[in-house]
Design a protein around this ligand. Structure first.
Ligand code: HGA
Length: 608
């Protein structure tokens, strides 16, 4: 969702802000703007639309620093240029960009209006600019103090950056529920809501925690709290390789990220397999062997694809460790006053590590004494720092809104966790070796699946003309079907529904007709006969069938088989997910969709 970038230093801020905002585009937004300090005061430019429109709209002489920029995903007021950030006070002295929601905005706006303030937008954010200006009028001596005084009146979630034309050597930032970080450069400093904005500028970052503020000048930063207690924070180093975020020769990030999966699975496995004891090493779990043995249940929480990956994770844990496990949408869990058990291991899954519903579930669990680990991609993100331990995916930046490499890496991380928990219980060394051999074979097999991209594109073009597509699978094939349907919906906007195969006859079989194609997950496992019966039921009603299988199926069962390489049954879902990503991608391209930025969606869902 929204993005913040700021720059303070000797260079002109605008090009740096535009570059940073461009890197945050993947998060999803509807309007953009920036402000820079010049000798004659602040200059502000805002557009509804894309960062490229903002760049095109900037006059040649839009020079100055510091500067702050924003991509907005509207919560209060339509996506118009007036509502885009930065917002300023009446005198045009203070500029503010904000991510989050100010809950007492109506009250603050009414109070300010009673004092004669005229609002230029419908946003909650604008109130902050006026509050900071009022704090100066009431005697605040510097920007730091004015922002602190303003924020003491604010209730809600914010990540924000504030500039003052009369103190043009600094930016003040604050965090409460929405991420803010500082980037440390050579005699220049950056601020951002997401490390992606800083790629190419610095790898040294300082993460703020909730309730913290920072004053940032070209030569350094000071971190402190709302009641002005200093907090010492030192920078950490981002270990992402820059290439990961570049689109290169690819038409879209989505296809680039799908094609990266051999490499990203390798990275998820790197250094984590212990061939000597046929197990997995997961240093970040922070669980002693004894604690791990005491786990009686595993509960996995995530949203969207993270939850489907969790469904596969739960099956892996039950299969390999024989510990009861289940996954649930974090967004539901948090609101049902969950029973938190001391011997349950809770696993929060989030690519960005910022998903607000998952974060809230983690906080609710910890408040009740639950032990939570995270499976997260973005190093240093809020969930990563909040949990008691965890597994990083190391998949590199995922820029496309639709999850692909983070999905397969998450399932791989679950396989490692299941192997680890299994081997300290009853999983034999032979079984451990079998899983390790399967994991090691994945990168090469993914490369084989990717070679089928052209054949899958052909199927996708046929599917793109349908009003709806059914996805079916059993057991491990069921979360694969759910993720496949989700992918198709989100990037191509073709309606898709996933069903457990055996449920077809309890309802959706009524829909089957020559107009409704079914994508079926049919691995060569102990359920093969059951799955082929489902296909017969569909074919008997003249429904077109596209099967993902380990061998060519006869034409009375499937119109088209995509033959997948075979791994171990527990790991086959990882391979089976990849052709469904390609199917969604090619269908979206055939329909001319905005592949990387599907309508109405955001990458990092930081508002409820
Ligand atoms: N409430 C602000 C910012 C919205 C936001 O953070 N979206 O992710 C607005 O509506 O402008």
């Amino acid at each position: 969702m929204c993005g913040i970038v700021g720059y303070v230093g000797p260079q002109d801020a605008a090009p740096i802000l535009l570059e940073g905002l461009g890197r945050l585009e993947y998060r999803g937004y509807d309007s953009a703007g920036l402000a820079v300090a010049t000798k004659s005061g602040l200059k502000v430019r805002k557009v509804s639309g894309r960062v490229a429109d903002l760049a095109a709209d900037l006059p040649a002489r839009f020079k100055g620093a510091p500067g702050i920029g924003h991509t907005r995903w509207a919560t209060h007021g339509e996506p118009t240029p007036e509502n885009a950030h930065p917002h300023t006070d009446a005198a045009g002295r203070i500029a503010v960009v904000h991510n989050g929601i100010i809950e007492n905005a109506d009250e603050l706006r009414a109070k300010l209006a009673a004092d004669g303030v005229e609002f230029a937008s419908q946003t909650d954010t604008e109130a902050v600019a006026h509050l900071v200006a009022a704090a100066f009028q009431a005697g605040a001596v510097d920007l730091e103090q004015a922002v602190r005084q303003a924020l003491r009146q604010v209730v809600g979630a914010y990540g924000l950056a504030v500039m003052d034309a009369e103190h043009p050597d600094r930016i003040v930032v604050a965090r409460n529920g929405s991420p803010v970080l500082l980037g440390v450069g050579e005699k220049e400093m950056f601020v951002a809501s997401d490390v992606a904005a800083l790629i190419g500028y610095t790898r040294q970052v300082v993460y703020l925690d909730d309730g913290e503020l920072a004053t940032v000048t070209p030569t350094g930063y000071r971190t402190f709290t709302l009641d002005d207690r200093a907090v010492a924070k030192s920078p950490s180093t981002i270990d992402w390789d820059v290439v990961g975020a570049e689109i290169g020769d690819h038409a879209h990030y989505l296809i680039k990220e799908i094609q990266e999966q051999s490499r990203t699975i390798e990275r998820a496995l790197k250094g984590r397999i212990d061939e000597r004891f046929d197990t997995a090493h997961l240093g970040g779990l922070n669980l002693t062997v004894r604690e791990a043995r005491e786990i009686r249940r595993v509960k996995i929480l995530g949203c969207g694809s993270a939850c489907y990956a969790g469904d596969l994770g739960a099956q892996l844990i039950e299969d390999l460790a024989r510990v009861p496990a289940s996954a649930e949408p974090a967004s539901e869990f948090r609101y049902r006053n969950p029973v938190v058990e001391p011997d349950t291991l809770y696993v929060a899954v989030s690519q960005s590590g910022e998903t607000i519903d998952t974060l809230a579930a983690v906080q609710e669990l910890q408040r009740k004494g639950g032990r939570v680990i995270g499976i997260v991609n973005v190093v240093g993100s809020t969930i990563a720092r909040q949990v008691d331990g965890g597994i990083y995916l190391h998949a590199g930046p995922e820029m496309s809104v639709a999850a692909t490499k983070s999905f397969t890496s998450t399932v791989t991380a679950f396989a490692l966790l299941a192997l680890h928990l299994g081997r300290i219980r009853d999983l034999s060394p032979e079984q451990g070796r079998r899983i390790i051999a399967g994991l090691n074979a994945l990168p090469e097999q993914i490369a084989q699946v990717l070679e089928q991209s052209d054949a899958i594109a052909e199927v996708a073009r046929e599917i793109a003309g349908s009003n709806s597509v059914l996805f079916v699978g059993r057991r491990r094939g069921w979360p694969v079907a759910r993720e496949g349907a989700q992918k198709l919906k989100e990037v191509s906007y073709v309606h898709a529904e996933a069903y457990p195969s055996a449920e077809l006859k309890h309802g959706p079989l009524a829909l089957v007709s020559p107009e409704l194609p079914t994508v079926a997950i049919v691995p060569d496992d102990n359920l093969l006969d059951k799955n082929t019966s489902t296909l017969s039921e569909i074919k008997a009603r003249k429904g077109p069938v596209i099967a993902l299988a380990h061998r060519e199926l006869p034409s009375d069962l499937a119109d088209r088989t995509l033959v997948m390489p075979k791994n171990e049954p527990e790991l086959d879902p990882i391979l089976m997910s990849v052709p469904l990503q390609l199917l969604a991608y090619h269908a979206a391209v055939a329909l001319g969709r905005d592949v990387d930025k599907p309508r109405n969606l955001a990458k990092s869902v930081t508002v409820e």
